[in-house]
Design a protein around this ligand. Structure first.
Ligand code: FES
Length: 58
């Protein structure tokens, strides 16, 4: 599933970035070698960060 259509970042990439320590959408973009474009996916990435078990346990 594509989370960021501008950068073609997938859900798996977002979760991988979070597992590697990304705690903000900017960190996720950076981990994928991308940067925010339109910003439409930022709320979605933020909610994924908040829902990830690794983040909740922290
Ligand atoms: S959809 Fe992610 S920056 Fe546009």
């Amino acid at each position: 599933m594509i989370v960021c259509s501008c950068n073609v970042i997938t859900m798996a990439q977002v979760k991988g970035a979070i597992a590697d320590g990304a705690s903000r959408p900017r960190d996720v973009y950076c981990a994928c070698g991308k940067s925010a474009q339109c910003g439409c996916c930022t709320p979605t990435i933020l909610s994924i960060i908040r829902e990830e078990p690794s983040r909740r346990a922290a």
